[in-house]
Design a protein around this ligand. Sequence first.
Ligand SMILES: [Zn+2]
Length: 408
Amino acid sequence: MIVEGNLLLPDGAQQVKLALGWLRLEGGRIKEVHLGPCPHEADAGGPQALISPGFIDTHLHMPQFDIIGAHGLDLLDWLDQVTFLAETRWANADYAQAMSERVLDQLLAHGTTSFLGYGTIHHDGTRRALDACRKRQMRAVVGQVLIDQEAPESMLNEREASLAQTEALLQDFRDGVDGRVSVAVTPRFAITCSAQLMAQAAELAQRYDAHIQTHLAEMKPELEAVAALHGGPHYTGVYQRAGLLGQRTVLGHCIYLSDEELEILAQTGAVAAHCPTANSFLRSGTMNRARLLSAGVRLSVGSDIGGGYERSMVRSARAMIEATFHAGTAPMSAGAAWWHITAGNAGAMGWSSVGSLQEGFEADVLVIEPDVPWLDAYNPLGMLMFGWDDRWLRQTIVAGAVAFDAAV
Ligand SMILES: [Zn+2]
C-alpha cells in the first residue's frame, strides 16, 4: 500500500516537521519512507493530505464512554453517582463486549490506534475488552480494575481473587506473542485500594514486567481522604511505599504535588499523564506542566474519557496547549502538541516501534485531508490543531490495514 502526503516526521526533541513524501506499507510495517513527490499512483492521500502516525492515548476508561458529559458534579460525587453505576454494567460480559466494540470503533474513527486504558473490576468483561482490541489489531494495554475498599459493594472485588484474575490476563495477553495487546496492573487509586492490595499489585507487575496505571492527586479533597486512610507524608509516598512507581507506571492527573513528590516521580521515572479536558470538566484544577518538566518528571497526555469529554486526541492536545495558557507558563507550540500525541506518548509507554513514520515501525498511519488551505497557513500545524474537524480524517490504518474509512 502506498500512502502519499505531507508526512508528520520527528524533528529533534519534542518537535515535529512536515515534509512531502510517501510511504510503502507492507506486512503490517512501514517498509519504506521517501521524501519528495510520489512516483507511483498512491492508494491513499495526496499532495494536500497530512499523513500522521496513529494517535496514542495514555489514559482512558473504556466503560465510561457512555457517561461523557455528566456535568455538574465534583470528582467524588461523579464517581459515586454516575461512574460506578456505568461500570457495574460490565458485570454482564456480553454488554462489556458490545460496548468495547463500540468504543474501539469510536477511537479508530478519531484516529486513536493505541491506548492505555481501564476496564472494570469485572474479569470476564475486561477479558472481552482485551479480545476486542486484539481482533482489531490495536496496540492496547488494558487492565482489570483493582478495588478492595471504600466503594459500593457492587464495585468491590476480593483482593486475592482479583489479583489472581489479573495474573490470568497477564498470562493470556502478552504483547508481541500473539498480538499487540497486553495487560496493565490497575489499582484504581489509593482511596479504593488497601496498602496490601497495592503492594501485591506492584509485585505482580514486576514479575510480568507489566505496565501499571493508576490516578494521583487529581483533586484536593482526594488528598485529604488518602492521608486519612494511608497516613503521610504525602500521596506519592503511598504509591512509593507499595512499590508501584517505576518506568512503566502511568499516573493520571498529578495536579497537586509537592516538590518532594515531583522529585520521587523524577527519580523513579514514573509518567504523569496530563488529562486537560477531564481536569477542566471536573474543575479539578490545572496541571502546571512546566513545573513538572523542570523537576524532570516524564509527561504524557490522555483523554481520560469519560471525565474527559473529547474522543479526539487532537482536541485533547489543544486543551493541553490551553492548559499552558491557564497556568501562565510559556505556551506549548502546536508542533510539540502533535509530537506528544504521537511519538511522545509512544515514548512514555516505552514503545519503540509506534508513534513515528519510520522504516520498520508498525504501520499505524492516519490519512487526513483538511478542507482548508492549511499548507499556506502562517502556522500549518497550529491551524490544523485549533481548527480541527474530525471529518478531515479519511482513513485510519492499523498494522497496515484500513481499520476506519470515512468513505465507507
Ligand atoms: Zn481516569
